[in-house]
Write a protein that binds this ligand. Sequence first.
Ligand code: ZN
Length: 188
Amino acid sequence: MASNISNMMLDRFLLAREMAIAGYVSQIITLETTLSYKQLRRVYDSIKTSGVERCRSGRAVRSGSTIIQSNLDKLQASMLMQLYRTIGGEDVLKKTNIDALNQAYRMYCALRYEIPGYEHRSFRQLSITDAWCLADELRSNLAMIEHCPYCDLEFFMSTNARLVSTRQECPFCKRQPHEEEEMNEIHP
Ligand SMILES: [Zn+2]
């Protein structure tokens, strides 16, 4: 029993270490690992002592409305969250899967680098913390992956997104999947 508990603690510390190196903010690490801030401080200290560099991009926990402000943001969120769902399966709609999210994020960064124009400086890259925030919205039904009947692609839709156009429009073909249904409701 005691060894089970210490194994569990070890798993949590290892997950916290992995998340800290990947650049997740403390708030998310404590939430996912249930470690205290004091325990997390020890994790940070041990990383520092071992000389491993922690990724420091994107320190804020943001909602979909702040992350997705343009069509380009929505394209990136769609790419990242589709990779995440493909790797983690439908279970990610019920529970956040950190391993799948880390893998999806690494692929997103690699793809972003390969697609011409994506590496441009003015094209803001989503942080791993942003990725978690989007995944959290997906898990809590505040966001969904919609299918566009016009271009047959899937895209990420946050119900939090501020602008109606950013929220409902397919980022690939710029049409609204439900526009005909809505038109029919107005003009039956
Ligand atoms: Zn479309």
